[in-house]
Design a protein around this ligand. Structure first.
Ligand code: FPP
Length: 247
């Protein structure tokens, strides 16, 4: 298996890697159910997978990874699951200061923070500050994130600037909108991976994904391996990106 993985890696054109990868980590619940385990066990396993995948992306030289950890809609889940996910995220951030931070990963949270507990808000600030000097991969953890909320917020910010006379209506361009998003200043994702064979964006990076290559796999997130990551990158490298033009 390890030999196969090495072989696969050798096939990747390291000069044409995606700069930014987005990941919709789906299928934790189904993974747990298949094993007769509680859904929480699937989330725990998913968090371990995430650490492994981010570490490998960083080693490969990928510059940004955005992972969908908790959407603005996930509050609708049973309270016990929401509480478990929040606790898991808290301990993930704490643990990252020991592990991912040491690997030169820079961690940022994207999404609306006001609905998060004050402890979570504090922990996010701490982890962001702790890793702010790292110049390896930037890991955006989408936490209470939704594209629609992000676009509403960006629109409100721009309207406020017009109202204050800082900009004129004509200054509202695609670039101006992009820079008001949580990912402002970062390149759009080249590749978005969604596991568990659900084929939709589910309110994830809808503006930024305009020209992203979408990759769907049946693999459930906790099972997503480094070899699966290579498969996604190899498939990405076969795609013909025309951005609406012709070649
Ligand atoms: C979707 O699977 C997954 C989530 C809603 C949460 C994603 C969270 C993790 C991978 C772990 C925690 C993340 C961090 C950053 C620590 P699902 O529960 O919808 O699975 P299902 O569709 O099979 O029910």
């Amino acid at each position: 298996m390890f030999f196969n993985r090495k072989k696969k890696k050798a096939e990747i054109d390291m000069t044409r890697l995606p700069v930014h990868i987005g990941v919709i980590m789906d299928g934790n619940g189904r993974w747990a159910k298949k094993r007769g385990l509680p859904r929480s066990a699937g989330h725990q396993a998913g968090a371990d997978t995430l650490k492994k995948i981010v570490t490998e992306c960083n080693k490969m030289g990928i510059k940004y990874i955005t992972v969908y950890a908790f959407s603005t809609e996930n509050w609708k889940r049973p309270q016990a699951e929401v509480d478990f996910l929040m606790n898991l995220l808290m301990s993930y951030l704490l643990d990252a200061e020991r592990t991912l931070a040491g690997e030169n990963v820079r961690i940022r949270a994207i999404g609306s923070r006001t609905e998060l507990s004050s402890e979570m808000q504090e922990q996010i600030k701490k982890t962001e500050a702790f890793t702010s000097k790292n110049d390896g991969i930037v890991m955006n953890i989408a936490l209470n994130y939704g594209s629609r909320e992000e676009l509403v917020r960006a629109t409100q910010n721009l309207a406020e600037k017009v109202k204050n006379g800082e900009i004129s209506v004509e200054d509202i361009s695609a670039d101006a909108i992009s820079s008001e998003l949580y990912t402002g200043g970062q390149p759009d994702p080249d590749l978005i991976i969604r596991t568990s064979n659900e084929q939709r964006l589910s309110n994830f990076m809808m503006w930024q994904a305009s020209y992203s290559e979408l990759y769907y796999t049946e693999t459930l997130w906790p099972d997503f391996s480094i070899s699966d990551l290579y498969d996604a990158i190899l498939e990405y490298q076969k795609r013909d990106r025309r951005y609406g033009g012709v070649k």
